[in-house]
Write a protein that binds this ligand. Sequence first.
Ligand code: ZN
Length: 476
Amino acid sequence: MNCRRRIWNRNPVLMLSATIAALALFSGCTVENSGATLPAPPSSTVPSANSANSIFFDIDPVNSSMTVKADYIRAGVGAQEFLLNPAFTVTEMVVDGHQINPASVMTPVAVPFVDGYVANDYRLTQFTTSLHIEYTGTLSGSTGSTRYATETIGPDFTFLRWETFCYPLFSPASGLADALNVPIDLSMSVEVPTGYSVQFSSDTQSTQDLGNRTTVFTTAAKMNLGSFAAAIAQFQDAHLASGDYYLLSTTDMSAAVKTIDPVMNQAYQFLDQTYGARTFTMKLRVVQIPSSLGSFAVTDQHMAFDETISYADPTSLQPLIHEFIHLGWNPMPPADSSVQQSRFFDEALTVYLTYRTMASIVGDLSAASELAGFTNLRGYAVADLAPIKDWGVQGQGDLSYTIGALCLFKLSRLMGVAAFDAATRQYLTDYQATPVDFAKFCAEYESHSDNPQQVQQFFQTWIYSTAYTSQISLTN
Ligand SMILES: [Zn+2]
């Protein structure tokens, strides 16, 4: 159920990761996002071979390798320094028309996404007009810049994502984080053997048949550097009422086709009626990924990379429903990225609402068995736990999947489920387009209670102090 997409660095000095997290487009678990304000989806322009900046991935799934050609203009990227995954070998670099030795401009640098992550930093002092780069290598699954963002290249499945620095991430003097959320004119294309399909985190704009190979293009218009992901496999396609599903070849399609629409329809009805209608239809794009890679949602595309293992029965769809809730029933994240990193406003709510939604679909769940995970301390000692409002700065945001969700469960018990649901419905309406924070969250639920002082006291215990640590259980 965890869209384990981001990890917060415990070291508050490393603000880059914090900022990037707040900027990232994916909700996750985003994406799990729970992301920041999203740019408009790319317009459906025809991909242009003459786009100022272009990246071409040539994927060789059988040999688990890829070769990349990238072209940029200086004005198009606004920086002359970029980071690239250290697993790659740069085989050619042409700057302003002059061939240079890549090793002469490269330095390994620590990137503050996770402790110990090192990327290759290329500093191009001569780059004033154009840059051409070619590089090759493999992605083993061990070179992601966050521990939840795993990449892979292989015959069964290939996953490219920006967090693994699989393409140059230009870093202006003000820092990489500033660059990730700035739309640039960027054309991405991926060539794969015929039979494979490519699912981008953005619109696919066209495909070109090359005989035994196929090239798939996306986003010739404005695209953020920090928003690219592509899943490549021999997907089985199912175009259902609830969405377009691209499932792995190992998935039982006939069972999936029977199960998905009824279950997603029930989920939609419950969420719509309980927490507010959404203007989007329930038409999703769902791309199944292997379960080790971490689900996340892409808000502006209304899509999910989904690590649901089987779609054969209602209970098994829980990871997908979690992502669906991120897409439709999360508030706008706090403006302050260190507050956002508590993951309280996206993950705690989403885990709790997933529990409620699943209960509505499969019948009354036993809270004791279903919510047992909520009390999991994820390796923390009780004595180390910070007040929930400080989880972001303390690097304890992972606890929102468990203790944060437990907080909401306890709150619903205290207020009564009907009052809690009414408060949640109004909260999601009020903060659909306005960034939320802890004070706003608390005020909303206090105002919907018959006993505001009691709810206020609850928040003193659960949000503003560590008194909650003595109440981490499912009783009361
Ligand atoms: Zn999530």
